[in-house]
Design a protein around this ligand. Structure first.
Ligand code: NAD
Length: 416
């Protein structure tokens, strides 16, 4: 139960410090419901392959469960449970009326054809249809899932209940009920949080280098948004390798174009505008000197084994769970400030909530309306967390959990 253990350690630390109600603590220690499903899929070859999937519904005191669906070969029950608990905390940190859920399928989607992927997604939708719904549990994209997959799941669920139900899932394409601004929301939320941190700590973008691990939805947009704000993009990586500038930075818009065309960020090396770059190993990449290290790939990247090597001044967690509790202690001793996932990447679920709200109320908001609401929520959340960090003399992660648990405590009082 490795990853879930990490979540429990983080929750315990905050619960001890704030003296959380013991009943609520016991309740939050376990997901309310965890479902394991098997999904038989006819492959293009004619062979039948059975995939394993999960859905964990951690807590719904604030509203319907909310959380992404991950397609990855390393998905396991502990991971899905941990991610669902973090979703409960994340929704509560930003104060949106949703609970915490998460789902996943053990699969490497890159090995499937488009047709196989569709059959797998529709099969998963049928398997979890009895426990999701626009007032019950509202999934969304996560690693290796996208708007097209959300559309298939929405369609299959709508067939199951016999009526079009766009609010059952978020992260859909705009043409199929999606919201303006959802694609960039996670990174944009991270930028709003960073703006508050920068104002508090005196960070000057034009003098600050940034290294970003992971170049998908979260990391790719983050690189472009920060570059636009004047930050120096010094390094980027994806599952195929790491690209780092020996001096100065480079243009992430070009990186995205090259990755789209050739497959990896590392293909930019030596091209025009990238004469100053080299390819390096993951260890050198993560431990390179920089102002801000953005972790936007997967969990457990900074551990007790490698934490001592990190030389960033700040770490911003766009990924969920990239720093283990043991590594947190080492980073704090080194004076590295970690802006935790449940605050830094909450922009994604916030705009997912906006999408759900528009769907169930038959509204359509403009991009500017979405940004206006998002910036307020993210900056208020930062200030709440920062205030609790001061009040309880603790790190930002613990303060973020305290912020979340205080709100859950109020909701629990009403349910007693
Ligand atoms: P994605 O599938 O779009 O991208 C993941 C990226 O990470 C890819 O570029 C992949 O090549 C890279 N990667 C994988 N392993 C790597 C490694 N060892 N080193 C470097 N790069 C590696 O996924 P995403 O949606 O961007 O999600 C990334 C993280 O952000 C996940 O932890 C996810 O849970 C979290 N997150 C995403 C959202 C969202 O809205 N997309 C919201 C909140 C949190």
């Amino acid at each position: 139960m490795a990853l879930y253990e990490n979540t429990l350690k983080q929750m315990d630390k905050a619960a001890d410090l704030m003296n959380l109600d013991h009943e609520l603590r016991d309740i939050l220690n376990e997901p309310q419901r965890v479902v394991s499903v098997s999904i038989p899929v006819r492959l293009d070859s004619g062979r039948l392959k059975v995939f394993k999937g999960y859905r964990s519904q951690h807590n719904n005191f604030a509203g319907p469960y909310k959380g992404g669906i991950r397609y990855h070969q390393q998905v396991d029950l502990s991971e899905v449970m941990a991610l669902s608990a973090w979703m409960t905390m994340k929704c509560s940190v930003v104060g949106i009326p949703m609970g915490g859920g998460k789902g996943g399928i053990i699969v490497n989607p890159k090995e499937l054809s488009e047709g196989e992927l569709e059959r797998l997604s529709r099969g998963y939708a049928r398997a979890i249809a009895p426990i999701i719904g626009d007032q019950v549990d509202v999934p969304a994209p996560d690693v290796n899932t996208n708007g097209q997959i959300m559309s298939w799941i929405k369609d299959e669920y709508s067939k199951f209940v016999g009526k079009d139900t766009p609010g059952v899932i978020t992260g859909k394409p705009i043409s199929d009920g999606g919201s303006e601004g959802r694609d960039t929301a996670t990174a944009q939320g991270g930028v709003f949080v960073l703006e508050e941190l920068a104002a508090e700590k005196g960070i000057v973008p034009s003098e600050t280098t940034v290294i970003i691990q992971g170049y998908g939805n979260a990391g790719g947009y983050m690189a472009k948004l920060l570059h636009k704000k004047g930050y120096i993009i010094k390094g980027v990586s994806d599952s195929r390798g790491c690209l780092i500038a020996s001096e100065g930075g480079f243009d992430p818009v070009r990186v995205s174009e090259i990755k789209a065309e050739k497959g990896s960020v590392t293909d930019a090396r030596g091209m025009e505008g990238f004469e100053n770059t080299e390819i390096c190993g993951e260890e050198d990449f993560l431990s390179a000197e920089c102002g801000i290290l953005v972790l936007a790939a997967l969990e457990n990247q900074v551990t007790a084994e490698n934490a001592d090597k990190f030389r960033a001044k700040y770490i911003l967690e766009l990924a969920n769970g990239p720093v283990t509790p043991e590594a947190d202690v080492i980073l704090a001793e080194k004076g590295i400030i970690v802006v935790p996932d449940i605050l830094a990447n909450a922009g994604g679920v916030t705009v997912s909530y906006f999408e759900w709200y528009q769907n169930v109320n038959d509204e359509k908001w403009t991009y500017d309306e979405v940004q206006e609401k998002l910036v307020k929520i993210m900056k208020d959340a930062y200030r709440d967390v920062s205030g609790n960090a001061t009040e309880y003399s603790c790190d930002m992660r613990t303060a973020a959990f305290i912020t979340a648990m205080k709100r859950l405590e109020v909701l629990y009082e009403d349910k007693k």
